[in-house]
Design a protein around this ligand. Structure first.
Ligand code: ADP
Ligand code: MG
Length: 276
């Protein structure tokens, strides 16, 4: 059974925010090679899958299986070697730099190591998430337009950290810093949120809280989330679908609803991990 911690809440949330039929990410025979000749390495090998609006997809795979490379393609940061796909209408294989930059503005990114500026306040860190839509560099909280500061505070409230707005970011725990990372990613009002191992540096409790938060922000905004991680149980609790990668190939692509944990575990063996 998939009914695990948060499972009931998740199902309720999913019921209130049905997944749209619109396909926002279509990855189509995407191949990425690094290097050439004897040092050539195929990081992604004819990867294909679709993601619909509002879906939360967990990307599972061992280190080196291609998760980060795949997320970077969706973010328009890498160019396919062959094949490609479409993200929010942008063709990954043919788009020019300006189009990719425009795509990136509609995509939020959450990092494993948070990447906050430790000496700045929490609120100012969240404000930096709006830099893509502002001109020029910013120095100090009050160099941001008031509307931006207010929106940043709203997002902090949403992730439960409004009381920490004026603390230095480096005084927060890892779990709190990642919440700030999510608030910052929301500042550009993204359509897609990519999270590259957002819980890999966190303890189990904080990990669950961050996954719950990603689920909540997805449901509240019809936001589409792709999140790489290693814990199959977190994927089962909080994602709609699991896509498993092994050596750059998709080896599983299953919904988490209506499929037993045992069946998922049998499929998960395909990614090459030991018993969980
Ligand atoms: P994961 O995120 O699942 O750990 P990655 O996408 O980081 O996997 O890496 C997939 C493979 O591609 C690995 O073998 C990695 O060494 C290689 N790779 C990733 N980025 C580069 C790069 N910029 N140059 C050369 N090889 C790379
Ligand atoms: Mg990675």
């Amino acid at each position: 059974q998939v009914g695990r911690t948060g499972g009931a809440a998740r199902r309720a949330a999913v019921a209130s925010a049905p997944v749209d039929d619109e396909i926002v990410v279509r990855i189509d025979s995407l191949t990425k090679r690094f290097g050439s000749g004897s040092v050539a390495l195929t990081a992604l090998d004819e990867v294909s899958f679709d993601v619909r609006r509002g879906e939360v997809v967990a990307l599972l795979g061992l280190s080196g299986s291609g998760k980060s490379t795949l997320l970077q393609h969706i973010d328009g940061l890498q160019t396919p070697s062959a094949g490609g796909g479409t993200v929010l209408g942008t063709n990954l294989a043919t788009a020019g730099r300006a189009e990719l930059r425009a795509l990136r503005r509609r995509i939020g990114f959450v990092f494993q190591q948070f990447h906050l500026i430790g000496r700045l306040t929490v609120l100012e860190n969240v404000c930096t998430g709006a830099l893509g839509s502002l001109r020029g560099p910013r120095l100090g909280l009050f160099s941001y337009p008031r509307a931006i500061r207010e929106r940043a505070l709203d997002h902090l409230e949403r992730v439960g950290l409004a009381d920490w707005a004026f603390q230095r970011a480096d005084t927060l725990s890892g779990g709190q810093q990642q919440r700030v990372g999510v608030a910052r990613a929301l500042m550009q009002e993204p359509t897609i949120l990519l999270a590259d191992e957002p819980v890999a540096s966190l303890d189990p409790e904080s990990s669950g809280q961050i996954m719950r938060l990603l689920r909540e922000v997805a449901d509240q905004n019809q936001l589409t989330v792709l999140c790489s991680l290693h814990q199959v149980d977190l994927a089962l609790s909080w994602a709609d679908r699991i896509v498993g990668l092994r050596e750059g190939r998709v080896v599983m692509d299953v919904p988490t609803k209506g499929i037993g944990r045992d069946a998922v575990m049998r499929l998960y063996a395909r990614v090459g991990a030991g018993p969980v």
